[in-house]
Design a protein around this ligand. Structure first.
Ligand code: ATP
Ligand code: ZN
Length: 284
């Protein structure tokens, strides 16, 4: 029994999807070809597909799970479930107009022609905003549509905004914030669900590790209590005596978001020789 996962064959999500599997300890070294790959050390089979096709394959039970952008998930509107947001492939789906256009809010789009590869999401948005515009669906290079007189505005994926800028466009509305997500078939067998749970456990361990750092420092014994109060750790900090009388070594785990704040407070309490080390995996 193998869990079948569909990932993008080539494009912006391919590299990060492969990296995620690798960091989960899944070794696709052997048996990799253009269409699919099998791992020797985990019951998983990887299918390489166009991202647009992945939701359909997962709904149809050709693949059990898949990785796609939320934008694709919403556009395709298939009967699959969103299992987990993965934290990469971040972008937004936005409306942009030529920069010289006198844009006064979403109502300016009434009666206009908007080019997009996301007609479903755009249609829902326009309906919600009570705007009547004509949607012109094109499959690629949406950003050139206004320049060649095909549309008055576009609705497209943006990350840095440099493509819009280079095409003389300005971003006016953000419709959707998107990132890569793990999706799954609605009726996974018990055996497949168990494999999926193992995979999810590994993904969670990776993500927890990325958000935390291992910290080591030397502390004078008379300040230990105050210093430990700043370092919650996974259970509580570890304290080891130093050879030098009156000093201890303290080990703990801190959250990246609180990191600089804590370091300053630790120094103020007399901590010395502070080392901060990345964590590879963290089992919660
Ligand atoms: P395919 O050949 O698989 O159909 P594609 O050309 O449709 O590929 P890509 O451009 O590789 O797709 O983008 C894949 C996904 O990457 C997008 O659906 C989106 O979720 C995400 N993404 C992240 N940043 C951006 C960006 N700046 N522009 C476009 N997509 C982005
Ligand atoms: Zn695509």
């Amino acid at each position: 029994m193998k869990l079948r996962i569909a990932i993008q064959k080539s494009g912006r999500l391919n590299e990060e999807s492969m990296k995620l599997l690798k960091e989960c300890g899944i070794d696709l070294g052997n048996g990799i070809n253009k269409l699919k790959a099998e791992a020797d050390n985990f019951p998983i089979e990887v299918f390489f597909l166009r991202d647009d096709d992945i939701p359909q394959y997962v709904e149809d039970n050709v693949a059990d799970i898949g990785i796609v952008g939320e934008n694709v998930l919403l556009e395709k509107d298939k009967k699959v479930k969103l299992i987990k947001k993965l934290g990469f492939g971040k972008c937004r789906l936005s409306i942009a107009v030529p920069k010289e256009q006198n844009y006064k809010g979403i109502k300016s789009l009434n009666g206009k022609k908007i080019a997009t590869s996301y007609p479903v999401i755009l249609q829902n948005y326009l309906k919600k905003e009570k705007v009547k515009a004509e949607i012109h669906e094109i499959s690629g290079s949406v950003e050139i549509a206004p320049g060649i007189g095909l549309a008055d505005a576009i609705c497209d994926l943006v990350s840095s905004g440099s493509t819009l800028f280079m095409n003389g466009l300005k971003e006016t509305e953000t419709i959707l914030k998107s990132e890569a997500v793990l999706i799954g078939n609605n009726k996974l067998s018990k055996a497949k669900q168990e494999i999926l749970n193992k995979l999810l456990f590994r993904i969670d361990s990776l993500r927890a590790a990325k958000n935390n750092k291992y910290i080591l420092l030397n502390a004078p014994n008379n300040k230990l209590k105050e210093i430990c109060a700043l370092l919650p750790g996974m259970k509580s900090p570890t304290i080891l005596p130093l050879v030098e009388e009156g000093w201890s070594s303290v080990h703990s785990v801190v959250n990246e978001n609180m990191f600089w704040d804590i370091i300053e407070k630790l120094k103020a309490k007399g901590a010395q020789g502070i080392l901060v080390v990345p964590i590879e995996k963290m089992i919660l």
